[in-house]
Design a protein around this ligand. Sequence first.
Ligand code: IMP
Ligand code: MG
Length: 179
Amino acid sequence: MSTPESERRVVPLIEEAALAARMDGLAAEIAAVMPAEFTLVALLKGAFVFAADLTRALGRAGCHPRVEFMQLSSYGSGTVSSGVVQLHGPAPEGLAGRPVLLVDDIADSGRSLSFARRQILDGGASEVRVCALLDKPSRRVVPVPVDFVGFTVEDVFVVGYGIDYAEHYRQLPFVGVVE
Ligand code: IMP
Ligand code: MG
């Protein structure tokens, strides 16, 4: 198969093996803190690959999470956030009285996680803990507690492992930087 003109070379930043190796450690950290029963709420679309791997790692760590999704968007088609977070479709149901693990791909400005956390608390969740595969602390505009972090990264635009640039590169098995 040929590479589409729209997809340029991506230089790996976090290799596939490093991502896989981190999953069980992250799941162990979560399992040690979360109650036995909780709902994992993954933010679409960016967290779908991470959430799938994390869910299986949580299973290996002895957790039995319910899984829900919530679709937000803060980016248009470029690399600069619009700054406006929108909810697409329904908010997750059945959260009343339940502890929630909110899962996203990247904690950047913090707007998306802060917005989602508010929605989940408004839905009656008993507590919300936040897990991000990648944390870019230098980019934070809205403070949000990120309880579990896969990797801390510099202020660089990344793609792969579910993370896109204008809907491209989600299929890459590693996290990298577009050349
Ligand atoms: P925030 O609301 O500014 O924290 O942005 C969080 C969302 O922006 C993430 O869930 C990503 O979908 C997207 N985002 C932030 N940084 C990047 C990046 O480096 N590459 C691709 N998407 C990003
Ligand atoms: Mg996202």
